[in-house]
Write a protein that binds this ligand. Sequence first.
Ligand code: XMP
Length: 597
Amino acid sequence: MNFGIWIYMQHIAIIDFGSQYTHLIARRIRELSVLSKIYPTNIAAKDITKDTIGIILSGGPQSVYDNASPKVDSAIFDRGLPILGLCYGHQLMAHTLGGEVVPGTIREYGRAQLTILNAQALLDTVPSPTTVWMSHGDSVRTLPNGFTTTAETPDCPIAAMANPEKNFYGLQFHPEVHHSEHGTHILKNFVYKICNAEKNWNMENMVDDVIENIKKTVGQKNVFLLVSGGVDSSVAFGLLTKALGAERVYGLYIDTDFMRLHESQEIKTSLEQAGFKNLHVLDASATFYKRLNGVCEPEEKRKIIGQAFLDVKDEAVKKLALNPNEWMLGQGTIYPDTIETGGTKHADTIKTHHNRVEAIQKLIEQGLVIEPIADFYKDEVRTIGELLGLPKELIERHPFPGPGLAIRILCHDPSRADNNQLPTTNYQLLPIRSVGVQGDNRTYAHPIVFTEHADWETLDAQASAITNKERAINRALLLLNPENGHTFELPSKARTLTQDRIKLLQDIDAIVHQEIKQAGLYNNIWQFPVVLVPIGHTHFESIILRPVESREAMTANFYRMPHNILERMVKKIIATKKIDYIFYDITNKPPGTIEWE
Ligand code: XMP
């Protein structure tokens, strides 16, 4: 983040231990009209400047009792500043000040009920009980001297602690995520009541800053922007064109064939209608199919796709005879793309996003990439899009990942038997795996299948209980057509990414999206991946419906769809006679991610 003239302004310092949510904490504080800055863990207490009014220790993927895990200069606790520890930061505070942290017998991912025992300043006027979002394996077992327990959950006896005399507070949960019901209230207490911050940071000036920043970064060069047609790259296209003029921005839409049904044409039309005259389209589907032939492992798929985008772009630059020294690469990368790819020092790689593969990281290091919205989240990007006057249908479109349907089609290679061998449990698991995020770490594990229907609330609680308890399970599915039996087998022959499978998923995805549009649910659902998996008994193709509600993709809960609409959708999918089973993904994030790969 370019803080420009705000360098010497009162601010909250956030020390980054690699949480998926560190940047989100900074953003939440800025939303409260107070500046916040992110610092690395090796910052010395003496280098925390006079204008710092409080410190937040972020979460992180490690365990404090590992010698190699990141620590903090313990002198920060002698600076007389208020300190708030979150998750790993809460554990680190306890550990550093003489308490004890242990691996939890029960881990907590996603929703938990917090009961406040003693509000102190931090939890002042927060209703109790309240829903909070957790993502941890370790827990504080013994408090440091001078602290009291201020809140608990059924599985975490010290979910919050405080030493009000010193203004030290620790929370095992994440108040910064949208899914923690009164999270903003808690952060307000910290920022305004405990740190006595003044409101003097202004978000509205952000767009002007971004445009200035583009001009400064690009200088005399031009920008070759990869446009995917989604919200992010369209907004980046708008910002770059506004800052530099259409003649200096070459927008290239690379058609991979992995988009939804008719989507490529729709994107072209809507960008042209939005007034972009500098958009060009290139069909590169043959390259993408060829390179992905036989590839099953999700990370390998993602890396190949990212590299293919870059190679196709280089080829186009060559054909157009553009001088590479005069052009920078533009991308519509947003913050979750960076953080999920392990983009900060202590963060784990959850998934390599297509705009963060190794070759691009190298170009970034050489200063050859411009990413005007890399510090923002999806909802902020939508706000910028509105300010730029982009059409509503572009801005409100559901997010869609750059690698497209290619990462929504699971593949299978029987010659790699190790891949899907099921762990021994008492549960019905599917012989396929998906990516998840638990305690800031990546997981790649099997889903459990529930065949007994219940109301959404009960299913949600059952799903959370199982993924918290069983390490081998990171997702839960509800079988929607049990009348078709329970034979969840993999095919004996390889199933890879083919045009036929893309076409099949496009058709089913079109049925699903038509149904939710007709039912008026499109804007209630944040994103709706439809995933094709090679299991069953006849066609060996099944569908997973994964609608979610989210605000900025860092946390999500599965959408509770009205049953009559779901039934209609299932009937229509079955009527294609190409699908064995249909499942509904009832996993929140964490422990699941939104996409399966
Ligand atoms: P996950 O699956 O990690 O996804 O919960 C969070 C959000 O990121 C999108 N996503 C991507 N977007 N390139 C993108 O442009 C990618 O490689 C990529 N991978 C995931 C995903 O659709 C969701 O909105």
